[in-house]
Design a protein. Sequence first.
Length: 325
Amino acid sequence: MTSEQFDRGLLLLRHLKSAQLLLLIALGEASSLRKAAASLNMTQPTATKLIQDLEAAVGLALFERSARGMRPTPYGEVMIRHARLMQMEIIRTREELDSLSKGASGTIRIGGVISAIPFLLAKAVAALKVEHPGLQVSVDVNTSDVLIAALLNGRLDVLLARPLALSDRSEFDYVDLIDEPLKVVGRKQHPLALRPSVTVKDLGSWPWTLLPAGSPMRKVLAPVFAEMRLPGPQYIVETSSMMMMVALMHESDMLAVMPADVSDFYIRHDLLDEIPVTLPSVMGSYGIVTRRDRPITPGVAAFLAQLRKTMQSQKSERPTLTPER
C-alpha cells in the first residue's frame, strides 16, 4: 500500500458514518431502498441522502437505480463486502472485550474440513487449550467452499481447507500441509469388505451416502462416479454430516468415500470396514488458509504454532507435503 492510498483510505474513513455502513449491508440483502430503510427504522429520504453523501465521498456510483430497485455496481459490491467485514470486526471486538472482562485471553474461530479433524485439528486444538487455557476457541467443520465464504465474510479467522475451493483468488494465502488418499468404506462385515478385491465398476450397484453435489470432493470424484455408472439419485443420500454418514452405513449396505485420516479413525475404532478397492489419487491436499488483507492475531499465531508442533509429532504417521514456509 502506498502512502497516497493510505491517506485516501483515511479520508474515506473520516467521511463514513455507521448508518451508511448499516445501510450498505441492508441494501446488499434487500436490493430495495424502501425495505432497507424500514429494516433500520429510518425514512426513505434519509436513506437516499446517506447513499448520495457516500457516493459523493467515494466519487463513484455505488448503485444502479431502476423501477425494480437498487442493484449494486461493482464499486457498490466492494463497499458492501467491506461494510460486512467492518460489522464482523466490530462484533468481534465486542466479543474480545467481553472475554477479557471474564478473564479470557483472546478468541479464535477456526474452520476445518472433515478430514483434518482426527489427524491434525482435534490434536492441535486440544494442545492449544493446554498451553493457552484462557483462549476462547470455536471450531466450524464444513466443506471447503462453505468455509472459504465464512473466512471472506469475517466469520472465521483461519481455515484448514482445500485449495480446490480457492480458484487462485488473490485475497487468500495458502500453505500446503497434507496430501491424502481416499478410501471406500461400509458397515462392519459389508459383503464387499469380505471380498479379496473390488473394482470401481463393482461399486455402482450399491447405495451410497455422499457429501453434497457442490462440494469439492464430489467435483473431483465425478469421473470416478461416472465410471461406477450409479443407477440414479434413488441410490444416493447426500449429507454434509460425517456422523450421519456413519449412522446410515450402520443401518444399511450404503457405501461412502472418506479421506484416509477419517476412515482410518472409524476403522481403528471398529465402526467401519474398508472396501478393498483402489481409487485414483484425485483429492489432493488441504492446508492453512488465511486472509491476505488481515493481520495475524495472537490467537491465530498461537494456533499456527501448535499446528506445526502437531505436524512434527505426527511425522511418523503421515508425511507432510511441503515444509513450513
